[in-house]
Design a protein around this ligand. Structure first.
Ligand code: SF4
Length: 181
């Protein structure tokens, strides 16, 4: 029987949530007995390959490419999980929401203290995804089924959540796995 497939991606995140996922250590051997990976940094697939049981999304949406990838995940993932605080509330990148997009560009490319830009031009190559007006948490863009908080969520939290969902059990994480004080 075909194994369920799991996909992961990083939108506007730092890959720290993925690193935490890898911290499940030797349990990854158990995991690959249970699942096949679809798009993920493990196999470096650049596109989601098809319908999957579970999608894990790190990072919020800061640009049009993030939105496209998130919408693809929503279309293809039976269960979609926001993994970590950036996916849930925008995280550190959302600090830019306090200033206008125009001021962000000005600081980053024109007036910032470390900027060297004699041409005085903001990069506008068509290959560069357009920034959104602000950084959006994933659930403001598509429906999200579960939120796993933390910066990052611990490996144990990710393991417990994933194995429960794969076993068709309700997600009932203990207080220790979701407390951050
Ligand atoms: S939640 Fe923390 S670890 Fe995860 S992507 Fe954001 S900054 Fe990185």
């Amino acid at each position: 029987m075909a194994k369920p497939r799991v996909a992961t991606t990083s939108l506007c995140g730092c890959f720290g949530c993925h690193m935490s996922f890898l911290d499940i250590d030797e349990r990854i051997l158990q995991l690959v007995e249970l699942i096949d990976f679809d798009r993920s940094p493990i196999n470096d697939f650049k596109e989601i390959q098809g319908p999957v049981e579970i999608g894990l999304v790190e990072g919020g949406c800061a640009n049009e490419e993030n939105v496209k990838v998130l919408e693809e995940f929503r279309r293809n993932c039976k269960v979609l999980i926001s993994m970590g605080d950036c996916a849930i509330n925008g995280g550190i990148p959302a600090l830019r929401n306090m200033v206008s997009l125009k001021d962000c560009y000005r600081e980053a490319f024109l007036d910032g203290p470390t900027v060297y830009n004699p041409a005085g031009k903001v990069p506008d190559d068509v290959e560069i995804p357009l920034l959104l007006d602000k950084v959006y948490p994933c659930h403001e863009v598509v429906k999200i089924d579960y939120h796993l908080p933390g910066c990052p969520p611990s490996a144990d939290t990710l393991w417990e959540a994933l194995t429960a969902l794969l076993a068709g059990k309700p997600l009932n994480l203990s207080y220790e796995l979701v407390k951050y004080d």
